[in-house]
Every structure is written in C-alpha cells, then in structure tokens.
Write a protein that binds this ligand. Structure first.
Ligand SMILES: Cc1cc2nc3c(=O)[nH]c(=O)nc-3n(C[C@H](O)[C@H](O)[C@H](O)COP(=O)(O)OP(=O)(O)OC[C@H]3O[C@@H](n4cnc5c(N)ncnc54)[C@H](O)[C@@H]3O)c2cc1C
Length: 475
C-alpha cells in the first residue's frame, strides 16, 4: 500500500478529539486512531513519519498531565490491544498486550496464586502506561519500581522496526523505554515477572501522628514492612500541619484471615474477579468546584484524622480498598470542577531531609491548598535515564489548578527540588519548564542518544515531550 493510500485509509478511521490527562488541565486537539493490531501500529508510524505532525501512544489516560496527547498530531489509543497472551505459572511470567490493564492482569494472575509485584494507586492503568512511566507502588523501598520486574518488551519504532528488547538484547534501549514516556517507540506487548499472592488480603499497622516532626520521625525509622505509605494533613494549622495516618502492611496468609474480616462490608472486594467492576458511584459531569474548598477539605481531614485510632496493629484489609482506595469513587477528578487539578509529585534524595523540610515549609508559607497529600519512601534507583524513583522521600500533592499563585509557587519548589538532586515525576506533570529538567534527570543525554537512534526524524511526539525538549529533531 502506498503512503498516500495509508494516510487516506487511516484518516477515515481517526477521529479528531480534545484530549487531556487525569488532571483535566492542558487539553489539546489530536487525531485519535485506535489500532486493532500490530500492523496498524506499524502503518500508523510509517504514515505519521510522512505527515510530520508526530504521534504518541496513549493508554488509559491516567497520567495526570499532558504525556499521552499530541496537539495537532496523532495519538494511538492502545486500549484495543488488551489481550493476555500467556501465563507461565512455573516461571511466574505473564505476557500481555500493551493495553491490558492492571485490573485485568491481577485478576488473571490471581487464578494461579500470583499477582503483580508493583501496582500504582489505581488499577485502571495499562501495562504499557505502567512501563512508560516506570510506576512505583507502596513497596518501592523493598521491591523497586515496575521497571525492575519487566523481562522483555516488544517495541515498534518509527524507523519501521519491531524490536524484542531485554537487558540481554539491547540494554540501552530497553532501559530508556522503562520510564521513557512513550518517546522511544510504541510498546506492543511485554513480559513481566509476577510474584506470589498468599491471599487477597493484607495486615496493616496504622499509626496516627500529631504533626510533621512526628510523621518524619516515624517514617524515618527502619522499615520492616513490605508496604508503607502516609496520608498527610497539610491543611491543618500551626503545629498540626503534617499530622498523618501512617499505614504499613504485609501480605496476609490465606489461613490468617479472620471470620471478622471476611464478614466486613468491603470483604467482597478481596476477590480479584471483582477488580474489573465499575465503582458504584461516579461524580457527575459539571460537579460544582465550589463545594471543594480549603475549609470543607480541612474539616474532612480533621474528621478523618480523629476517627482513625492512634495505634492499631494487624488490621486486615481486602486487597482493592488497600491498594486502590481512590477507585471506589468513579471520575473523582471531576470534584475539582472545569479548571481541573494538578498533582505535583517530587522526590528528595536520602540525606537531604533538611531540603524536604524546606519544601513542606514552602507549601505552608505559600498557603498551597493541598487537598490530598501522600508521602512514601523510595528504595534504590533502577531503570532508565527518565525513571522517576531514586532513594529518598516522595511527596504527591493534589491541588486545584485554579488556585491563585499556584504556578509561581510550584516553580519555586522545582528549583528547590532540582537544587538538591531531586526531581518531579513527569507522568504527573503538565507545567514544568525545561530549565530544571537537566538537573533533575542528569542522565538525560543517554535518553537523547537512544531517541537519535530509533527516532532520528522526531516522529514520536507528545505535548509533554515538546514542552520539555524531549522530542529531538522535531521539538
Ligand atoms: C488515581 C491515580 C493514582 C495513581 N497512583 C500512582 C502511583 O501510586 N504510582 C505511580 O507511579 N503512578 C501513579 N499514577 C500515575 C499512573 O500510574 C501513570 O501515569 C501511568 O502511566 C498511567 O497509565 P495509562 O495507561 O493511563 O497511560 P497514559 O496516561 O495513557 O500514558 C502515560 C504514558 O505512557 C505512554 N504510553 C501509553 N501506552 C503506550 C504504549 N503502548 N507504548 C509506549 N508508550 C505508551 C504514553 O505515551 C504516556 O507517556 C496514578 C494515577 C492516578 C489517576
């Protein structure tokens, strides 16, 4: 088929749409094409190489910012390629197509007593989205990020090649793709190492702290648990700012689950077959943003904090509510109204705790309306030049995008974070400027070298990549 015929055929199936990330900010008009197989992807890349408008793959669109869109160009919606290709229980390996979701993978693995070693805070992301962001979970300090568990990737590049990548075949391109934000090629399928699932339950130790100093002290101790995360109240005033609910948990053996836990209302969500269910309630379109204000969130936080016991040990929790609490409410991003939300997530290296405290102080002094704050520890860095996690402390804060002074305050935070060797998470980003990027990702030249190899014409392009100068020739 000639290039003209290819473009003509695809233009009849591509639809022009406005796309944005989960934060519902920074939308752009894109031509969206939904491949039905690998050949469609190969042809789409070939024809976009000729139009020069660029192309980027998109998964479930759960990155918060503008990583999975390409204003004025093409977007490949990969959710149609969602088959689970094979499971090898003896070797604990699963192979699936790019668009299979974490929920699908977990549900299928559970039938073999297995699960994914790393999951994010929502089960609605795709396999390739997880690879492109090198996502992390509550167990990064123990098990690393997603990248550590990927055995191989099938990658389609704009030069027309379909490559089987692994650390053995092509380590440089393999690692550049893990965390590479879709800019090294289109992932068609991948093979992952799974891990044992003793039962779909965890046993959690929960502690409530009274302020930031106590929270940091508790989180800084030696961590023996597999999962560890803290919910922080950053709207509390005075010395209560930074009070937290720290939850540390371990997988629970099947024979350890008590009848009391099995009898609880949410016990049904322990069964992996329910992971693909829609939530019972969706926030409606046009939800009035005025209902979500600092005063109402502050009151909610205070109530939540007060209702949590000061110290609880071995609380048995079903898998889905523990790992994916936000999935209980459908379309919750609409709570922020038409202006949307910004999730700002950064990591500060271990040993730079003074700078971490400076970041908290900046948030307080600039009176940033942090409606949700999640604090975790990361273990050693692993993965590619654009992978986010590095050993240290990570804070993710949800902020209404329309808050006055927000962008100037975040620019200030960027400088502080970059200045101590920290970085912001590109999967959550829609606003970072180019200047601090090099300090945040000091191995960025390794990334550019791989792009020059597989995409010399700059065909792979996203709004995030163009904004940050990641798209090489066509940027
Ligand atoms: C409620 C919520 C909680 C979250 N919690 C966490 C968390 O705990 N930890 C964490 O790390 N992240 C977390 N995230 C972020 C999320 O895990 C990542 O942004 C993830 O990449 C989203 O996957 P997706 O399938 O929606 O991909 P998209 O958002 O559609 O795309 C993300 C990136 O993947 C690329 N991509 C998608 N498909 C392909 C493909 N086939 N080939 C090549 N590149 C591709 C895109 O180009 C883009 O750069 C959370 C997000 C939400 C909404």
């Amino acid at each position: 088929m000639s290039a003209t015929e290819l473009i003509a055929r695809r233009s009849t199936t591509a639809a022009e749409r406005s796309l944005c990330g989960w934060g519902r900010t920074a939308s752009s008009r894109c031509r969206v094409f939904r491949p039905r197989g690998a050949q469609d992807v190969v042809e789409a890349l070939a024809s976009e190489a000729r139009t020069r408008n660029g192309v980027i793959a998109r998964g479930a669109g759960r990155s918060y910012g503008d990583a999975a869109q390409n204003g004025g160009g093409c977007v490949l919606d990969m959710t149609g390629l969602d088959r689970i290709v094979s499971i090898d229980p003896a070797r604990r390996l699963i192979t699936a197509q790019a668009g299979a979701t974490v929920a699908q993978l977990m549900a299928r693995l559970a039938a073999h007593g297995l699960t994914l070693p790393v999951v994010p805070g929502t089960r609605h992301v795709t396999l390739a989205g997880a690879i492109a962001s090198d996502i992390h979970g509550k167990n990064h300090h123990r098990d690393g990020g997603f990248a550590r568990h990927v055995a191989s990737i099938t990658l389609c590049t704009p030069t027309g090649e379909t490559l089987e990548l692994s650390p053995e075949t092509d380590a440089d391109l393999f690692y550049a793709t893990l965390g590479g934000m879709g800019l090294t090629g289109v992932v068609l399928e991948a093979t992952l190492h799974a891990c044992e699932l003793p039962s779909p339950w965890v046993a959690a130790d929960v502690d409530r702290t009274d302020g930031l100093a106590q929270t940091l002290e508790l989180m800084s101790g030696e961590e023996h648990h597999r999962y560890s995360v803290a919910w922080l109240d950053l709207l509390a005033e005075g010395s209560s700012m930074g009070r937290a609910i720290v939850s540390r948990a371990d997988p629970l053996a099947a024979d350890g689950v008590t009848p009391r836990a099995r009898g609880r209302r949410d016990a049904g969500s322990a069964y992996p077959g329910t992971l693909s269910r829609r939530p019972a309630f969706d926030v409606p379109r046009g939800f009035p943003a005025a209902l979500l204000r600092p005063a109402s969130v502050r009151a909610f936080n205070a109530l939540y904090w007060r209702l949590t016991p000061r110290r609880e040990r071995g609380r048995q929790l079903a898998l889905a509510p523990y790992f994916f609490p936000l999935d209980a409410l459908g379309e919750w991003n609409r709570l922020y109204g038409p202006a949307g939300l910004i999730q700002y997530q950064f990591v500060i290296p271990s040993g730079q705790e003074v700078t971490l405290e400076r970041c908290f102080e900046l948030i307080r002094v600039r009176r940033l309306p942090v409606y949700l704050a999640v604090f975790k520890r990361f273990g050693a860095a692993f993965g590619g030049p654009l992978s986010f996690p590095l050993e240290g402390w990570t804070l993710a804060v949800d902020l209404p995008a329309a808050a006055p002074g927000l962008h100037a305050a975040l620019d200030e935070l960027d400088e502080v974070v970059a200045g101590c060797g920290g970085r912001v998470y590109l999967s959550k980003d829609s606003r970072l400027r180019r200047e601090p990027l090099g300090a945040m990702y000091p191995q960025i030249d390794r990334f550019h070298a791989q792009r020059a190899r597989v995409d010399p014409q700059g065909v792979l392009r996203s709004d995030l990549g163009s904004r940050l100068g990641l798209c090489g020739a066509a940027a």
